[in-house]
Design a protein around this ligand. Sequence first.
Ligand code: PLP
Length: 362
Amino acid sequence: MIPGPVEFEKEVLEAVGVPSPSHVAPEFIHSFGNALDMMKKVWQSPGGQAFIVAGTGTLAMDIAGSNLIEAGDRALVISTGYFGERYADLLKRYGADVVILRAPPGQTVPLDIIEKEISTGDYKLMTFTHVDTSTAVRNNPEPIGELGKKYDVLTILDGVCSVGGEEICQEEWGIDVVLTASQKAIGVPPGLALLVVSQKAIEVWRNRKTAVTNYYADWDNWLPIMEAYSAGKPSYFGTPAVNLILGLEKSLQLILQEGLEKRIRRHQMISETFRKGIESFGLNMIPKHRELCANTLSAIFYPENVDGGDFISKVNEAGVIIAGGLLSDLKSKYFRVGHMGKVDTEDIRQTLDAIGHAIDNC
Ligand SMILES: Cc1ncc(COP(=O)(O)O)c(C=O)c1O
């Protein structure tokens, strides 16, 4: 029950576990193209360009940042925790002039503050995290996407802890890049960086004055590969993670079979059930309000006067693996429970029992 890698469907693991095909075998080319196509459905971005690259979620952040930023560009980072800070560091490496709007732990940055900052002009892009895995706080991406459109600023949504578990309508919400990694709600073992990019962002990249300074991440290398796979043609830049891509194809099929609406509702129901159980123990969540609580994970303060390490090992003793805190200032004060992907009410029941066991024995 950690927030990634999560548990994976048996069919996905079976798809991953086949002898590795050649990256130019016709069946593999078909699977790659199929996965790209299904990503656009799951992201709800029919006109976007999907990218599948071997790497982690941080690489997905790096790909978006390095292709869209040129030295001297202004970038606004809306930070709701650990991963917002990471995006700010990353963009600075590419020479961006970064301004960070920080939410206090457990809260989001109010829209009027974002608008006030962004209307000062000159921003090329803004990044924000859908669900920050350090705080379990969820931003509402729709109005932030609207601000991006209003002020003609590109928007990058870090959806590593949300895509496949939270509602995302990329195209309708006007978000230019929605990125994630395979190991969370998308339901595939770690190792794939996944992005869907708007045609507007591709155009901004095409009109760069300077070369992309990250060789591996450069869309010049990857766009022709994605286009070739979509067209059913062999191509090569770097060897794709063939087995993981077969797993991705299977997982996206399962997600679409379940249906996006039903899947999101299942995640809502699971997290609500978990929250109620936590409240019944008298424990408090990091997000300050219910509406800010993510569907994909929860961050909970330890009971008072309890040692965190001891608490986690007691939960573990009862058969459930959970994660410690991540936000540097509060790290030792809270724990995290992931509830995304293949999770069901029985997992929640067992997790609550294990937490109850820890409360009774710490
Ligand atoms: C919100 C968020 N962004 C980015 C990342 C980085 O992803 P990775 O660990 O796959 O590099 C994570 C990882 O947990 C995350 O939760």
